[in-house]
Design a protein around this ligand. Structure first.
Ligand code: 5GP
Ligand code: ZN
Length: 119
């Protein structure tokens, strides 16, 4: 097993194809799939394949994965037809933000209006 992949991490398992997910995009560095418990009509989770627990671990050594996440987001928004009307990208970090899965991920949500500031 590659050292940057965690054996018991649900998003690593999805990235490896060991757990099924409704994928909407995949390349060598990123995978994106519909959230199992959607909070909006469109709710896609975008993850760098490298096992990075949270934004706290972001750095120059793994910056490429984060950049590719946003390239993927632009493409997914276009593909799903929400790029013009708008969408929100959210990343929860740590307990106060409600991060449940400790593999960094970006929620791309669309299809309804979102309040600001978030709750
Ligand atoms: P967090 O609260 O960590 O920011 O968000 C984790 C998200 O991952 C939640 O919206 C949750 O519904 C989603 N999620 C957790 N496990 C799975 C899974 O096995 N498959 C999919 N498709 N989504 C998942
Ligand atoms: Zn992981």
């Amino acid at each position: 097993m590659e050292k940057d992949m965690a054996a018991d991490c649900i998003f690593c398992k999805i990235a490896r194809g060991e757990v099924p997910a409704k994928k909407v995009f995949e390349d060598d560095m990123v995978v994106a799939f519909h959230d199992i418990n959607p909070a909006a009509p469109v709710h896609v989770v975008i993850v760098p394949k490298a096992h990075i627990p949270s934004v706290n671990e972001a750095g120059l050594d793994n910056a490429a994965g984060f950049g590719r996440v946003f390239a993927a987001a632009a493409r997914i928004a276009r593909d799903l037809g929400v790029d013009r009307k708008g969408y929100r990208i959210v990343t929860n970090t740590g307990k106060d933000a409600g991060q449940l899965v400790m593999h960094v991920h970006f929620h791309l949500m669309a299809g309804r209006e979102f309040g600001w500031p978030p709750g």
